[in-house]
Ligand binder design. Sequence first.
Ligand SMILES: [Zn+2]
Ligand SMILES: [Zn+2]
Length: 365
Amino acid sequence: MFLAAVMPEANAPLRVDEFGPPTLERGAALLRTLYSEVCGTDVHLHHGKLDVPFPIIPGHVSVGVVEQSGGDLRDIEGSTIKEGDVVTFLDVHETCNNCYYCLVARQPTKCPRRKVYGISYSANDGLLGGWAEAIWMKPGVKMIKLPAELTPETFIGGGCGLVTALHAVDMAEVRLGESVAVLGVGPVGQSIVAFASLSGAGEIIAIGAPQPRLDFARRMGATSTLGLDLHAEARLYAARTLTGGRGPDVVIEASGAPEAVRDALDLVRDGGRVIVCGQYTDNGSVEIHPHWQLNRKHVEIKGCWGSRYDHFHRAVALTARYGNQKPWRDMVSGRFTLGQANEALAAVENRTAIKAVITPNPSLV
Ligand SMILES: [Zn+2]
Ligand SMILES: [Zn+2]
């Protein structure tokens, strides 16, 4: 039997339940969990802001050791994944490659059949979330062995924010020397700062709160920071001063506050690009002025939803290569056991931890 933290319904405390082992069909595997992250999405799930099949075992991005496999397992390079390997896996599964969004629009993150570990699988279906002693890898789940130079702590420190950030920076098409403003300094914003700097951006302005997170953004590569204690006009003035009076070439919103989308449109230079990836749940609406903020400004604005295998694959490669330069590992500021899942959620909600992780098998980490 394996223990797992179960979120029985919205706004109800989590409890620890026992689960039997899955029957491993061909191509399946069982991971012994080392780390599973706690992110803002888990807080939103707990508040009932996403439509999910309660009860669920939360935890979408995780690292574990292959304990058992149902036959020959291989990664996309064809190399064998065997028992004892430390792996992570793409939480998105069952993208169908057989629908309009997959095949015609070529936007698989909008595939209606896709499922996500820890979010859209029910606990009644088994160990399909990371806040559990073991995780059932269904056949076809894309696993990646962590390269020797990548510690599990570094990868989980970035967590799902890495993958979202990479997708957003890709969409922004940051060019060498361009200025970038990042709104929001949570885990997604921190990784956007890191990837913008690795992309060769020039001025990188991190905007958010509280001050320790702005200080952390400097370690990630921000060249300037602006706090929310400044009012919006003062931030606008400061950002323009830093960018030749024009405003940043690229603004990426990763804060979750609807007003940040309006601010992004104000901040960006004429003809610049705005990416919105922080509005993952419905936090309300905001008024924008289409003439001044869009049309006359000649702005390009893109929404960024979910991520694909290629983002995940490159996120692993990038954290392996740059984990010594960018302090993803230090983002982990709270470690919790399964029995402390409620405290872990509270730590993320109250922002006492930039990144909290669950360690379902504390003796292994
Ligand atoms: Zn599809
Ligand atoms: Zn997440």
